[in-house]
Design a protein around this ligand. Structure first.
Ligand code: 4AD
Ligand code: MG
Length: 446
């Protein structure tokens, strides 16, 4: 039997097709029953007309429970009103087989559910159009990430998940006992290993799961998330920003090309994404701090004033990032953060040791940081000094220090969080919906 995918339905207008899938919704109207059938690639309306079908078949269709698995055969016809994703076509049913008639007590039946209930039923929730669409966008983001690096001279290198020490601060480490070797820690980043990789391969990227025991319960934090991390030899901070803007623009373009129907089904304003073209604005931390001061001075809202409390030297919180990004219609680079709020490995700003050669890319519409990156310290003695200042165990970093003894060069890299990027592209409020099975401070189930 030839099976048609719902995503290809437009190519079969006027033809008889067979679709394998599940009943997402059923509506009865007189002699007509409408089934919204999903097959993984899309949602399509299938119409049963009493006059076309024998009585038992029509009766079976009329009583089919939501989520029953089915094989539907019928003729495709264009109809602008037909709901679905992508929509605009329906199937006039000539035959329907039920593979399994679902139990009647489907927990995620078509009614409003609280977020906790939905998250407890994530294994079922992902079948719903919004969740399905977001996860389809995610897959395309991942594909676009690999495509860009693979076609721009970067070698994919996998970095370890079990590691001997911290990369991004000791407060968010997950520990696990490791045989007779003491504690091992789940990787917070593959960066340090990528720095070794560039001295063999020049330009590399790591792409994998990352773990942070984040105590913060925000809409931007997961404890397990996916990060892509390129690292480049002979690359300074300005060149790093050039790479980032080309890379991000490519991802946006791919998603607009391949996932337009999904974005539309989510109600995403696509015109704002169409504006995402390089160059992206670049402002220093000092300039950003000045802008925030101005915004705070201009507002009459005491609550907002309080929320935007800020002094030079502080890291930006989400309210600050939201205000800043609202001033731009593209992602904005903020570079040159205070050394004290950033990781130990960042190159100091020439002549201003209180500032480092770091850059964050903040997504518009209040989404905030999606990328963190920097130029790395290339001098051995300075790096050693920083390791000591941060109370990191020198023995665990001997190999990392070696990289500054044998052919050290200026080099830079960044990490982009997949979930935050998908949340921005989809216009999703909370990043827990952008990963199939989210892990947060309160959740490891299902
Ligand atoms: O800014 P971060 O901490 O940078 C690093 O880890 C560097 N070592 C990367 C590098 O230069 N190779 O994290 C990078 C990105 C953030 O911008 C954010 O998108 C994401 O990772 N991220 C998180 N996403 C979800 N939940 C969390 N708890 C996250 N922490 C960081
Ligand atoms: Mg960061």
């Amino acid at each position: 039997m030839d099976i048609t995918r719902v995503s290809d339905i437009a190519q079969h207008d006027g033809q008889q097709v067979t679709v394998q899938g599940w009943v997402y919704n059923r509506t009865d109207k007189g002699k007509l029953t409408f089934l919204l059938v999903r097959d993984g690639s899309g949602f399509v309306q299938c119409v049963a007309f009493k006059g076309d079908l024998d009585e038992t078949l029509f009766d079976r269709i009329r009583h089919i429970p939501q989520e029953s698995s089915v094989v539907v055969t019928g003729t495709v016809r264009a109809d602008k009103r037909a709901p679905g994703i992508p929509g605009g076509y329906e199937i006039g049913i000539s035959d329907l087989q039920i593979v399994q008639a679902a139990d009647e007590d489907y927990p995620m039946a078509l009614k409003e559910h609280g977020v906790d209930f939905a998250l407890d039923h994530r294994h079922l929730w992902m079948r719903m159009p919004s969740q399905w669409a977001i996860l389809r966008v995610r897959a395309t983001v991942i594909s676009a990430i690999r495509e860009w690096f693979d076609t721009n001279g970067y070698l994919n290198m996998d970095t370890p998940i079990l590691t001997p020490a911290a990369c991004e601060g000791t407060s968010t480490l997950f520990e696990t006992p490791y045989f007779n070797e003491g504690m091992a820690y789940l990787a917070q980043s593959g960066q340090l290993y990528n720095e070794a990789n560039i001295f063999a391969f020049g330009k590399v990227y790591a792409f994998g799961p990352t773990f942070r025991a984040e105590k913060s319960k925000t809409r931007r934090h997961l404890t397990e998330f996916w990060m892509v991390e390129p690292e480049v030899a002979f690359c300074d901070l300005d060149q790093l920003m050039d790479i980032e803007e080309q890379f991000v623009a490519h991802i946006v373009k791919r998603v607009l090309k391949d996932r337009r129907a999904e974005l539309e089904s989510l109600g995403r304003d696509i015109s704002v994404l169409e504006k995402i073209e390089p160059p992206f604005p670049r402002i220093s931390y000092d300039e950003a701090a000045e802008m925030l001061k101005q915004i705070r001075d201009e507002t009459d809202d005491p609550e907002k004033k309080e929320l935007l409390t800020f002094e030079w030297g502080m890291d930006f919180g989400s309210p600050h990032e939201t205000e800043l990004t609202n001033r731009f219609d593209k992602p904005v680079f903020v570079y040159g953060y205070p050394t004290q709020v950033k990781a130990f490995y960042m190159e100091p700003w020439p002549g201003r040791p209180e500032v480092c050669k770091s850059v964050d890319l903040l997504a518009p519409e209040g989404y905030g940081e999606i990328i963190g990156g920097s130029e790395r310290i290339s001098d051995h003695d300075l790096l050693l000094q920083r390791i000591k200042e941060h109370n990191l165990p020198r023995e665990a970093f001997e190999w990392y220090l070696d990289l500054r003894r044998f052919g050290s060069v200026p080099h830079s890299g960044f990490g982009m969080g997949v979930e935050r990027t998908v949340a921005w592209l989809c216009g999703t409020e909370h990043i827990r919906e952008t990963i199939p099975f989210p892990r947060t401070i309160k959740r490891v189930y299902p």
